[in-house]
Design a protein around this ligand. Structure first.
Ligand code: AP5
Ligand code: MG
Length: 208
């Protein structure tokens, strides 16, 4: 199964891609995670994208597409994959269609209010990337990852200005993909405003 998780920032794409990927033994490919590790390493790519990400703007299409193309040549995608946060523009979707066959696009439906609440309370593990929320999904020990003991931090783009800008960018550049994939007959909606367990059950009933 080649899947795309489509949805606003904070819709729960990363949380659910981790859970489904583990259960189905297919990789979660998050362009956001790839860019964040490049920033952490201080590589040339990292230096290029750091400022763009902090503001909540999109990294240029050509750069992003090239990166995904390369990632999809690795052996671990043989039985399928989950694209989390890619494509995000019509140009990216067209480029992807030229070299991959997508089986289904899961559209995470959510309101702006819930997004703002979720992103304002999000914490991420600096070592393994596990995602928490101070109220909804708190770690057992404050500030420490349950899985690896790593330090939890707040992403640089989880400031209120950047969240608002990401929502605006999503509406302008990514939301048109709903009609795009609906036209291809690939789009399936889930209600993402409920618990992660309920979101997972909805996705599993679609992906059977
Ligand atoms: P990216 O990392 O993809 O960020 P995003 O799209 O803004 O999405 P998020 O990761 O913020 O949200 P999510 O849907 O994964 O939610 P999560 O599961 O964490 O991209 C970052 C940046 O990189 C972009 O702004 C851009 O600059 C660049 N970039 C990336 N891809 C690009 C591309 N293709 N083209 C160009 N630029 C690109 O959940 C959020 C919170 O809610 C967590 O705290 C979680 O614990 C909590 N939560 C999740 N689900 C639930 C639930 N069901 N109930 C209660 N709480 C929940
Ligand atoms: Mg994410």
């Amino acid at each position: 199964m080649n899947l795309i998780f489509l949805g606003a920032p904070g819709a729960g794409k990363g949380t659910l891609a981790t859970q489904l990927g583990k259960e189905y033994e297919i990789p979660q490919i998050s362009t956001g995670d790839i860019f964040r590790s490049a920033v952490k390493e201080g590589s040339e790519l990292g230096r290029k994208v750091q400022g763009i990400m902090e503001k909540g703007e999109l990294v240029p299409d050509a750069l992003t597409v090239e990166l995904v193309k390369e990632r999809l040549t690795l052996q671990d995608v043989q039985n399928g994959y989950i694209l989390d946060g890619f494509p995000r523009t019509i140009a990216q979707a067209d480029a992807l269609a030229a070299f991959q066959k997508i089986d289904m696009v899961i559209n995470f439906k959510i309101s702006d209010d819930v997004v703002i609440r979720r992103l304002s309370g999000r914490r991420v593990c600096r070592s393994c990337g596990a995602i928490y929320h101070v109220e909804n999904m708190p770690p057992k020990v404050e500030g420490k990852c349950d899985k690896c003991g790593g330090e939890l931090y707040t992403r640089d783009d989880d400031t209120i200005e950047s969240i608002k800008n990401r929502l605006r960018v999503y509406k302008e550049q990514t939301e048109p993909l709903i009609a795009y994939y609906s036209g291809e007959g690939l789009l399936r909606d889930i209600d993402s405003a409920t618990s992660p367990e309920h979101s997972l059950a909805q996705i599993k009933s679609l992906v059977k």
